[in-house]
Design a binder for this molecule. Structure first.
Ligand code: NAG
Ligand code: NAG
Ligand code: NAG
Ligand code: NAG
Ligand code: NAG
Length: 419
């Protein structure tokens, strides 16, 4: 027989088999970080198991062997302890999936008693089956920061960003599919209110059970309402998932959510094909307290307020602290101990204790200087909003008509940092 014909027949055979069984993990199997560290999908594209995180290990689903850099699409117990090389992942004979971090400490990853087998599917979904081959647990139901093709974010669910590209513990941003039908982004640990939102699909009022979907066949991100009607296309329809190209959507550590494509053949990079925003200063809280965000050459840069210095260099999460000593509010006239610096096009969260309307800019500045409670003021539309520290969600935007006034001690002592 002609070799080419044999090849075609063989590959057709393997394709057919792959669709039926994919991978099969039986009860009693286990994984360890060093030897036998993962269960592969039939296609070999996805793996479930241990991956390296810093000097330690974590358990999750990742792209196996194709990527020059590790791409993690799901993490089990992401805020749990880092795992040493002695950790064990057990698919117990009772059907539970357990992680033994240290001797005697067992963390349940999937409590589906009665699971008969497990499989790392070609879609990137890790599933547990009962003895009737029905799925009783799947990683697709518990997304972390990523949606894969064919995966949905249900009403009430949210994606939480990772700390960084290499540390998949929970970071500082979230993307929530709300029960009101709106898909909204907020910083973590904030209420679901417009005050904290920095992205919204503007589909509120579309009823309960709206879902965010990344199409199973390719590059297409959209919202479906409870009746299954398409109510919003976030991207146009384009591109197909093939054996060569895969897609994923992720809320990145910087708070923007993006759709990526990856060509498995050209051992290359992920390309961004869509972003929720081009303005990297949009995510509220990117710069921490008493700092503001400026776009500089398409990058977000954090800057401390004048008179402030970054608390931990290289980490903006905790923001900036004063580098001068603030006087207590006892003497009435403090104007000779302070000066006020002006920042144009800069604003932050409005948390004012006093609002002066129909005032001029100079009056706002002078009024803050003389008011010992005033530490900063925002001036826009002839309104002066006086505030105390700390300032949150600061940003500079050229289209922003706001002027910020920051009160500074006259004698700045460089080496003293007082919160
Ligand atoms: C997986 O393996 C188990 C145990 O060997 C077997 O009972 C089950 O039928 C297999 N499942 C598939 C889909 O092949
Ligand atoms: C939403 O889904 C739940 C569970 O499937 C169902 O009970 C409820 O009726 C649905 N609500 C609407 C408005 O469709
Ligand atoms: C989204 O795109 C699909 C396919 O192009 C189209 O059928 C649908 O009407 C669009 N939905 C909305 C809300 O525009
Ligand atoms: C992948 O990205 C890196 C850094 O962004 C770049 O240096 C490299 O050339 C890219 N490789 C390909 C194949 O695009
Ligand atoms: C930055 O600091 C915060 C709070 O101090 C900490 O929780 C976080 O892990 C730090 N991030 C990095 C990337 O070091």
């Amino acid at each position: 027989m002609d070799l080419a014909v044999l090849f075609i027949i063989l590959s057709a055979f393997f394709t057919a088999t792959a669709q039926q069984i994919e991978s099969n993990v039986s009860r009693g199997s286990s994984l360890t970080p060093i030897t036998n560290s993962k269960w592969l999908s039939r296609s070999g594209v996805y793996a479930f198991g241990f991956y390296k995180q810093g000097n330690d290990y974590a358990v999750g689903i990742f792209l196996a062997g194709i990527d020059p850099e590790l791409t993690v699409v799901w993490t089990a117990n992401r805020d749990g302890p880092q795992l040493s090389s002695n950790a064990i992942l057990l698919f117990e004979t009772d059907g539970r999936l357990l992680l033994q971090a240290t001797r005697g400490q067992r963390i349940v990853i999937a409590a589906s008693i009665g699971a008969a087998s497990a499989s790392m599917l070609n879609s990137g979904n890790f599933v547990l089956y009962n003895s009737d081959q029905q799925i009783i647990w799947q990683s697709f139901d518990y997304p972390t920061d990523t949606l894969l093709s064919g995966q949905r974010l249900l009403a009430g669910q949210q994606l939480l960003s990772s700390i960084s590209e290499s540390d998949h513990s929970t970071g500082i941003f979230r993307l929530k599919m709300q029960h009101d039908g709106n898909l909204v982004q907020y910083p973590v640990n904030t209420p679901d209110t417009a005050l904290y939102a920095y992205y919204a699909s503007k589909t509120g009022g579309s009823g309960d059970n709206v879902t965010l979907n990344l199409d199973a066949d390719g590059y297409y991100l959209y919202l479906l309402n409870g009746a299954g009607y398409n109510i919003r296309n976030l991207t146009n329809y384009g591109g197909y998932t093939t054996r060569e190209t895969i897609y994923l959507m992720r809320i990145d550590a910087d708070g923007i959510f993006r759709l990526y494509s990856h060509n498995l053949k050209q051992s290359g990079n992920w390309s961004i094909i869509w972003s929720s925003s081009d303005d990297k200063c949009d995510p509220k809280g990117l710069c921490g307290l008493n700092a503001f965000c400026v776009m500089n050459d398409k990058k977000a840069v954090c800057v401390c307020l004048p008179g402030f210095a970054v608390e931990y260099s290289g980490n903006w999460t905790s923001g900036c602290a004063r580098n001068f000593i603030a006087q207590s509010c006892q003497s009435k006239d403090v104007s000779n101990e302070y000066t006020v610096e002006e920042l144009v096009d800069t604003s932050w969260e409005d948390d004012s204790y006093s609002v002066l309307s129909s005032t001029g800019k100079e009056y706002c500045q002078q009024n803050c200087l003389e008011d010992c409670n005033c530490e900063a003021a925002q001036y826009s539309d002839r309104t002066c909003r006086k505030q105390r520290l700390p300032l949150r969600y600061g940003r500079r935007k050229l289209t922003d008509p706001s002027i910020a006034f920051i009160k500074l001690g006259i004698t700045i002592r460089d080496n003293i940092i007082i919160k």
